[in-house]
Ligand binder design. Structure first.
Ligand SMILES: NC(=O)C1=CN([C@@H]2O[C@H](COP(=O)(O)OP(=O)(O)OC[C@H]3O[C@@H](n4cnc5c(N)ncnc54)[C@H](O)[C@@H]3O)[C@@H](O)[C@H]2O)C=CC1
Ligand SMILES: NCC(=O)COP(=O)(O)O
Length: 323
Protein backbone atom coordinates (compact mmCIF):
# COMPACT_ATOMS: atom_id res chain seq x y z
CA UNK A 1 0.00 0.00 0.00
CA UNK A 2 1.28 3.46 -0.87
CA UNK A 3 0.96 5.97 1.92
CA UNK A 4 0.39 9.43 0.47
CA UNK A 5 1.67 12.80 1.59
CA UNK A 6 -0.94 14.99 3.28
CA UNK A 7 -1.06 18.51 1.83
CA UNK A 8 -2.67 20.84 4.35
CA UNK A 9 -4.82 23.59 2.86
CA UNK A 10 -3.19 26.50 4.71
CA UNK A 11 -4.88 29.90 4.75
CA UNK A 12 -8.09 29.57 2.67
CA UNK A 13 -7.88 33.18 1.48
CA UNK A 14 -4.28 32.78 0.28
CA UNK A 15 -2.82 31.02 -2.74
CA UNK A 16 -2.87 27.56 -1.14
CA UNK A 17 -6.24 26.44 -2.56
CA UNK A 18 -5.41 27.45 -6.15
CA UNK A 19 -2.04 25.70 -5.92
CA UNK A 20 -3.66 22.43 -4.83
CA UNK A 21 -4.53 21.05 -8.29
CA UNK A 22 -1.21 22.30 -9.69
CA UNK A 23 0.52 19.92 -7.29
CA UNK A 24 -0.56 17.01 -9.46
CA UNK A 25 2.43 17.97 -11.64
CA UNK A 26 4.71 16.75 -8.84
CA UNK A 27 3.89 13.18 -9.83
CA UNK A 28 3.75 11.87 -6.27
CA UNK A 29 0.81 10.46 -4.31
CA UNK A 30 -0.84 13.08 -2.13
CA UNK A 31 -4.14 14.04 -0.58
CA UNK A 32 -5.35 17.60 -0.04
CA UNK A 33 -6.81 18.13 3.42
CA UNK A 34 -9.23 21.02 3.50
CA UNK A 35 -12.70 22.33 2.69
CA UNK A 36 -13.57 21.75 -0.98
CA UNK A 37 -15.63 24.96 -0.94
CA UNK A 38 -12.26 26.77 -0.84
CA UNK A 39 -10.98 25.24 -4.09
CA UNK A 40 -11.28 27.35 -7.22
CA UNK A 41 -14.29 26.74 -9.45
CA UNK A 42 -13.53 24.16 -12.13
CA UNK A 43 -11.06 22.21 -10.00
CA UNK A 44 -11.28 18.49 -10.79
CA UNK A 45 -11.50 16.87 -7.36
CA UNK A 46 -12.80 13.68 -5.76
CA UNK A 47 -13.63 13.23 -2.11
CA UNK A 48 -11.99 10.24 -0.44
CA UNK A 49 -13.00 8.61 2.83
CA UNK A 50 -9.71 6.90 3.66
CA UNK A 51 -6.12 7.22 2.51
CA UNK A 52 -6.01 3.65 1.19
CA UNK A 53 -7.12 4.37 -2.37
CA UNK A 54 -6.59 7.52 -4.39
CA UNK A 55 -8.57 8.44 -7.51
CA UNK A 56 -6.92 7.81 -10.90
CA UNK A 57 -7.11 11.46 -11.85
CA UNK A 58 -7.81 14.84 -10.34
CA UNK A 59 -7.27 16.06 -6.82
CA UNK A 60 -7.92 13.65 -3.93
CA UNK A 61 -9.66 15.60 -1.18
CA UNK A 62 -9.94 14.54 2.43
CA UNK A 63 -12.76 16.79 3.54
CA UNK A 64 -12.36 19.07 6.52
CA UNK A 65 -15.31 21.40 6.94
CA UNK A 66 -14.52 25.00 7.84
CA UNK A 67 -16.81 27.55 9.43
CA UNK A 68 -17.08 29.72 6.32
CA UNK A 69 -16.39 29.88 2.60
CA UNK A 70 -13.32 31.81 1.50
CA UNK A 71 -12.78 35.00 -0.48
CA UNK A 72 -9.30 35.19 -2.09
CA UNK A 73 -7.24 37.94 -0.52
CA UNK A 74 -9.66 38.53 2.36
CA UNK A 75 -8.94 36.73 5.61
CA UNK A 76 -12.00 35.58 7.53
CA UNK A 77 -11.23 35.13 11.26
CA UNK A 78 -13.99 32.51 11.40
CA UNK A 79 -11.75 30.14 9.44
CA UNK A 80 -8.71 30.44 11.72
CA UNK A 81 -9.67 27.47 13.90
CA UNK A 82 -10.13 25.29 10.82
CA UNK A 83 -6.61 26.06 9.60
CA UNK A 84 -5.17 24.96 12.93
CA UNK A 85 -7.37 21.86 13.12
CA UNK A 86 -6.21 20.74 9.67
CA UNK A 87 -2.56 20.86 10.76
CA UNK A 88 -3.38 18.84 13.88
CA UNK A 89 -5.32 16.29 11.85
CA UNK A 90 -2.47 15.93 9.37
CA UNK A 91 -0.05 15.27 12.21
CA UNK A 92 -2.38 12.59 13.62
CA UNK A 93 -2.60 10.90 10.23
CA UNK A 94 1.15 10.80 9.78
CA UNK A 95 1.88 9.85 13.39
CA UNK A 96 -0.40 6.83 13.21
CA UNK A 97 1.15 5.70 9.94
CA UNK A 98 -1.69 6.41 7.49
CA UNK A 99 0.32 9.06 5.64
CA UNK A 100 4.02 9.20 4.85
CA UNK A 101 4.59 12.90 5.47
CA UNK A 102 3.12 16.38 5.51
CA UNK A 103 3.49 19.25 3.07
CA UNK A 104 1.92 22.39 4.48
CA UNK A 105 0.52 25.25 2.43
CA UNK A 106 1.21 28.66 3.97
CA UNK A 107 -0.66 30.05 6.94
CA UNK A 108 -1.09 33.65 7.94
CA UNK A 109 0.33 33.72 11.42
CA UNK A 110 -1.31 36.94 12.52
CA UNK A 111 -4.70 35.76 11.24
CA UNK A 112 -4.47 32.61 13.36
CA UNK A 113 -3.40 34.60 16.39
CA UNK A 114 -6.20 37.14 15.97
CA UNK A 115 -8.87 34.65 14.90
CA UNK A 116 -8.18 31.70 17.18
CA UNK A 117 -5.58 32.78 19.74
CA UNK A 118 -2.94 30.62 18.05
CA UNK A 119 -0.04 30.59 20.47
CA UNK A 120 2.75 29.69 18.04
CA UNK A 121 4.67 31.95 15.66
CA UNK A 122 4.62 29.39 12.85
CA UNK A 123 4.20 25.80 11.74
CA UNK A 124 7.72 24.96 12.90
CA UNK A 125 7.05 25.69 16.54
CA UNK A 126 3.50 24.23 16.42
CA UNK A 127 4.69 20.98 14.87
CA UNK A 128 7.47 20.69 17.45
CA UNK A 129 4.79 21.04 20.13
CA UNK A 130 2.49 18.46 18.49
CA UNK A 131 5.42 16.06 18.29
CA UNK A 132 5.89 16.20 22.06
CA UNK A 133 8.21 19.22 22.21
CA UNK A 134 10.68 17.82 19.71
CA UNK A 135 13.93 19.73 19.28
CA UNK A 136 13.62 21.08 15.76
CA UNK A 137 15.27 23.45 13.34
CA UNK A 138 13.88 25.24 10.28
CA UNK A 139 15.82 24.61 7.08
CA UNK A 140 15.21 26.44 3.83
CA UNK A 141 16.73 24.51 0.94
CA UNK A 142 17.11 25.47 -2.70
CA UNK A 143 16.35 22.83 -5.32
CA UNK A 144 17.43 24.47 -8.59
CA UNK A 145 20.79 26.10 -7.88
CA UNK A 146 24.20 24.50 -7.81
CA UNK A 147 25.91 24.43 -5.36
CA UNK A 148 22.74 24.19 -3.27
CA UNK A 149 21.85 26.84 -0.74
CA UNK A 150 20.65 25.30 2.53
CA UNK A 151 20.20 27.59 5.50
CA UNK A 152 19.09 27.08 9.10
CA UNK A 153 18.42 30.08 11.37
CA UNK A 154 19.34 29.36 14.99
CA UNK A 155 16.66 31.82 16.11
CA UNK A 156 13.46 31.85 14.10
CA UNK A 157 10.31 33.95 14.40
CA UNK A 158 11.38 36.62 16.86
CA UNK A 159 11.94 40.36 16.75
CA UNK A 160 15.42 41.43 15.67
CA UNK A 161 15.83 43.26 18.98
CA UNK A 162 15.41 39.93 20.78
CA UNK A 163 18.05 38.09 18.72
CA UNK A 164 21.18 38.84 20.79
CA UNK A 165 19.55 37.43 23.93
CA UNK A 166 17.91 34.49 22.16
CA UNK A 167 21.08 33.43 20.37
CA UNK A 168 22.51 31.52 23.32
CA UNK A 169 25.19 28.83 23.20
CA UNK A 170 22.44 26.25 23.75
CA UNK A 171 20.34 27.60 20.86
CA UNK A 172 23.25 27.64 18.43
CA UNK A 173 24.49 24.21 19.51
CA UNK A 174 20.99 22.80 19.14
CA UNK A 175 20.61 24.17 15.60
CA UNK A 176 24.02 22.76 14.67
CA UNK A 177 23.31 19.30 16.10
CA UNK A 178 19.79 19.01 14.63
CA UNK A 179 21.08 20.07 11.22
CA UNK A 180 24.09 17.75 11.38
CA UNK A 181 21.92 14.76 12.26
CA UNK A 182 19.27 15.57 9.63
CA UNK A 183 21.85 15.94 6.86
CA UNK A 184 23.04 12.43 7.66
CA UNK A 185 19.63 10.85 8.26
CA UNK A 186 17.45 12.58 5.69
CA UNK A 187 19.80 14.00 3.06
CA UNK A 188 22.23 11.09 2.83
CA UNK A 189 25.33 13.22 3.55
CA UNK A 190 27.54 10.97 5.64
CA UNK A 191 30.00 13.61 6.92
CA UNK A 192 28.20 16.96 6.75
CA UNK A 193 30.14 20.20 6.35
CA UNK A 194 28.53 23.06 8.25
CA UNK A 195 29.28 26.77 8.02
CA UNK A 196 28.26 28.98 10.92
CA UNK A 197 27.57 32.66 10.32
CA UNK A 198 28.65 35.28 12.81
CA UNK A 199 26.06 37.47 14.46
CA UNK A 200 27.88 40.72 13.81
CA UNK A 201 29.21 42.41 10.66
CA UNK A 202 32.49 40.79 9.57
CA UNK A 203 31.79 38.13 12.24
CA UNK A 204 32.75 40.75 14.80
CA UNK A 205 36.21 41.39 13.31
CA UNK A 206 38.02 40.23 16.42
CA UNK A 207 35.77 42.15 18.78
CA UNK A 208 35.92 45.45 16.89
CA UNK A 209 32.27 45.18 15.76
CA UNK A 210 30.60 43.05 18.40
CA UNK A 211 31.76 40.60 21.01
CA UNK A 212 29.59 37.46 20.74
CA UNK A 213 32.04 35.73 18.41
CA UNK A 214 35.05 36.21 20.71
CA UNK A 215 33.00 35.82 23.89
CA UNK A 216 31.53 32.39 23.12
CA UNK A 217 30.85 31.42 19.49
CA UNK A 218 34.50 30.57 18.73
CA UNK A 219 34.73 28.40 21.83
CA UNK A 220 31.48 26.56 21.05
CA UNK A 221 32.59 25.78 17.50
CA UNK A 222 36.02 24.64 18.74
CA UNK A 223 34.34 22.24 21.17
CA UNK A 224 32.13 20.79 18.42
CA UNK A 225 35.12 20.50 16.07
CA UNK A 226 36.92 18.57 18.82
CA UNK A 227 34.05 16.08 18.68
CA UNK A 228 34.80 15.57 15.00
CA UNK A 229 32.19 17.82 13.43
CA UNK A 230 33.27 19.57 10.25
CA UNK A 231 32.40 23.19 10.99
CA UNK A 232 33.76 26.40 9.54
CA UNK A 233 33.18 29.80 11.08
CA UNK A 234 32.02 31.97 12.50
CA UNK A 235 32.05 33.46 9.00
CA UNK A 236 31.10 36.96 7.86
CA UNK A 237 27.54 36.41 6.64
CA UNK A 238 27.82 38.80 3.70
CA UNK A 239 30.42 36.69 1.88
CA UNK A 240 29.33 33.14 2.60
CA UNK A 241 26.50 32.68 0.11
CA UNK A 242 28.08 33.19 -3.32
CA UNK A 243 28.60 30.01 -5.33
CA UNK A 244 32.27 29.25 -4.55
CA UNK A 245 31.55 29.80 -0.84
CA UNK A 246 28.50 27.50 -0.91
CA UNK A 247 30.61 24.79 -2.51
CA UNK A 248 32.54 24.54 0.77
CA UNK A 249 29.60 23.50 2.97
CA UNK A 250 26.36 21.50 2.95
CA UNK A 251 24.33 23.82 5.18
CA UNK A 252 24.77 27.23 6.74
CA UNK A 253 23.70 27.85 10.32
CA UNK A 254 22.69 31.47 10.67
CA UNK A 255 22.07 33.73 13.62
CA UNK A 256 18.60 34.95 12.74
CA UNK A 257 15.70 34.59 10.29
CA UNK A 258 16.54 37.12 7.59
CA UNK A 259 20.27 36.39 7.58
CA UNK A 260 19.31 32.84 6.59
CA UNK A 261 16.27 33.29 4.38
CA UNK A 262 17.33 36.23 2.21
CA UNK A 263 20.04 34.28 0.37
CA UNK A 264 17.89 31.23 -0.41
CA UNK A 265 14.83 33.24 -1.42
CA UNK A 266 16.98 35.50 -3.60
CA UNK A 267 18.78 32.62 -5.29
CA UNK A 268 15.83 30.26 -5.67
CA UNK A 269 12.45 31.75 -4.71
CA UNK A 270 10.65 29.44 -7.14
CA UNK A 271 12.49 26.33 -5.98
CA UNK A 272 12.96 26.96 -2.28
CA UNK A 273 11.62 24.41 0.19
CA UNK A 274 11.11 24.77 3.92
CA UNK A 275 11.87 21.55 5.83
CA UNK A 276 11.39 21.08 9.55
CA UNK A 277 14.40 19.13 10.80
CA UNK A 278 14.24 17.01 13.93
CA UNK A 279 10.60 15.91 13.81
CA UNK A 280 9.66 12.24 14.07
CA UNK A 281 7.84 12.69 10.73
CA UNK A 282 8.53 14.48 7.45
CA UNK A 283 7.25 18.02 6.98
CA UNK A 284 8.00 20.35 4.10
CA UNK A 285 6.44 23.55 2.79
CA UNK A 286 6.99 26.00 -0.04
CA UNK A 287 9.30 28.88 0.85
CA UNK A 288 6.67 31.54 0.17
CA UNK A 289 3.76 32.76 2.23
CA UNK A 290 0.05 33.27 1.65
CA UNK A 291 0.55 35.93 -1.06
CA UNK A 292 -2.82 37.54 -0.36
CA UNK A 293 -2.03 40.24 -2.94
CA UNK A 294 -2.28 37.77 -5.83
CA UNK A 295 -4.65 35.14 -4.39
CA UNK A 296 -7.40 34.08 -6.77
CA UNK A 297 -5.81 35.80 -9.78
CA UNK A 298 -4.41 32.59 -11.27
CA UNK A 299 -0.86 33.92 -11.41
CA UNK A 300 0.68 32.17 -8.41
CA UNK A 301 3.79 30.20 -9.37
CA UNK A 302 3.33 26.57 -8.22
CA UNK A 303 7.00 25.57 -8.50
CA UNK A 304 8.04 26.01 -4.88
CA UNK A 305 4.99 24.06 -3.68
CA UNK A 306 5.70 21.32 -6.23
CA UNK A 307 9.33 21.18 -5.10
CA UNK A 308 8.16 20.95 -1.49
CA UNK A 309 5.78 18.08 -2.24
CA UNK A 310 8.46 16.20 -4.17
CA UNK A 311 10.95 16.71 -1.37
CA UNK A 312 8.44 15.44 1.20
CA UNK A 313 8.00 12.29 -0.86
CA UNK A 314 11.77 11.80 -1.35
CA UNK A 315 12.48 12.29 2.35
CA UNK A 316 9.66 9.92 3.28
CA UNK A 317 11.15 7.32 0.93
CA UNK A 318 14.56 7.76 2.51
CA UNK A 319 13.01 7.09 5.92
CA UNK A 320 11.20 4.06 4.48
CA UNK A 321 7.83 5.73 5.06
CA UNK A 322 6.31 5.89 1.56
CA UNK A 323 5.02 2.39 1.19
N1 LIG B 1 5.13 28.31 5.75
C1 LIG B 1 4.27 29.29 5.97
O1 LIG B 1 3.18 29.07 6.49
C2 LIG B 1 4.66 30.70 5.64
C3 LIG B 1 3.76 31.70 5.91
N2 LIG B 1 4.08 32.98 5.64
C4 LIG B 1 3.04 33.98 5.94
O2 LIG B 1 2.54 34.51 4.73
C5 LIG B 1 2.05 35.81 4.98
C6 LIG B 1 2.56 36.75 3.90
O3 LIG B 1 3.97 36.84 3.99
P1 LIG B 1 4.88 37.70 3.02
O4 LIG B 1 6.08 38.07 3.79
O5 LIG B 1 4.07 38.77 2.37
O6 LIG B 1 5.40 36.69 1.93
P2 LIG B 1 4.72 36.03 0.66
O7 LIG B 1 5.65 34.97 0.21
O8 LIG B 1 3.32 35.65 0.93
O9 LIG B 1 4.68 37.18 -0.46
C7 LIG B 1 5.82 37.95 -0.80
C8 LIG B 1 5.71 38.40 -2.26
O10 LIG B 1 5.96 37.29 -3.10
C9 LIG B 1 4.86 37.03 -3.96
N3 LIG B 1 4.65 35.60 -4.03
C10 LIG B 1 4.64 34.74 -2.99
N4 LIG B 1 4.43 33.50 -3.41
C11 LIG B 1 4.31 33.56 -4.75
C12 LIG B 1 4.06 32.59 -5.76
N5 LIG B 1 3.90 31.30 -5.47
N6 LIG B 1 3.97 33.02 -7.04
C13 LIG B 1 4.13 34.32 -7.35
N7 LIG B 1 4.37 35.28 -6.43
C14 LIG B 1 4.45 34.90 -5.15
C15 LIG B 1 3.66 37.72 -3.30
O11 LIG B 1 2.66 38.03 -4.25
C16 LIG B 1 4.32 38.92 -2.63
O12 LIG B 1 4.43 39.96 -3.57
C17 LIG B 1 2.48 36.19 6.39
O13 LIG B 1 1.38 36.04 7.24
C18 LIG B 1 3.54 35.17 6.73
O14 LIG B 1 3.60 34.88 8.09
C19 LIG B 1 5.26 33.35 5.07
C20 LIG B 1 6.19 32.38 4.78
C21 LIG B 1 5.95 30.99 5.02
N1 LIG C 1 9.65 32.74 6.82
C1 LIG C 1 9.49 31.36 6.94
C2 LIG C 1 8.27 31.04 7.61
O1 LIG C 1 7.58 31.90 8.09
C3 LIG C 1 7.90 29.62 7.68
O2 LIG C 1 7.44 29.36 8.93
P1 LIG C 1 6.73 28.01 9.33
O3 LIG C 1 5.28 28.29 9.25
O4 LIG C 1 7.18 26.96 8.41
O5 LIG C 1 7.20 27.81 10.71
Amino acid sequence: MTRPIIVTCGEPAGIGPELAPRLLDAGVPFVWLGDPRHLQGGTDWTEIETLDTLPDQGLAVLRHDFAAPAMPGRIDPANAAGVIDVIERAVSLVMDGQASGICTMPINKKALKDGAGFGFPGHTEFLAHLAGNATVAMMLASTTVDPPCRVVPATIHIAISDVPDALTPDALESAIRVTHDALIRDFGISAPRLAVAGLNPHAGEGGAMGVEEVDWINALLDRLRDEGMRISGPLPADTMFHAPARARYDAAICAYHDQALIPVKTLDFAGGVNVTLGLPFIRTSPDHGTALDIAGKGIADPDSAIAALRMAWQLAQSRGRGA
